[in-house]
Design a protein around this ligand. Sequence first.
Ligand code: 5GP
Length: 122
Amino acid sequence: MTHPSYDTENIFAKILRKEIPCKKLSECPHTLTFYDINPQAPIHILVIPKGSYLDMDDFSKSASIEEQAAFVAAIGTAAELSGAHKKGYRLISNIGGFGHQEVPHLHVHILGGEPIGPMRMR
Ligand code: 5GP
């Protein structure tokens, strides 16, 4: 069941419906990976499920095992295709208000291509 807070007009839902373009890196029946429009590192990829999931909290509770396995595999594929895997990278998934999530469709950021720095600025 779709989360009651899921907004079908969010920007990633529009990308999935091909209403707006993206620079695609890879795709499978359950996932899409593409370049972030405002990169925060030389390599900045977004990994999203094709299903309507709000965030990792929603996905971990409601997605099928097949969707969850495909999502994990898509992260690995995107890290390799982008070259991020060569020297290391960071995965980030922001959730909700405290997590500073801006787009309310589950996504994992892959950041690489240079040293990403400490985990958190204080
Ligand atoms: P969040 O803050 O929700 O974790 O990250 C949302 C990310 O989506 C941001 O890094 C932002 O640059 C990216 N983004 C927002 N709109 C678009 C878009 O239309 N296309 C692409 N490729 N990325 C987007």
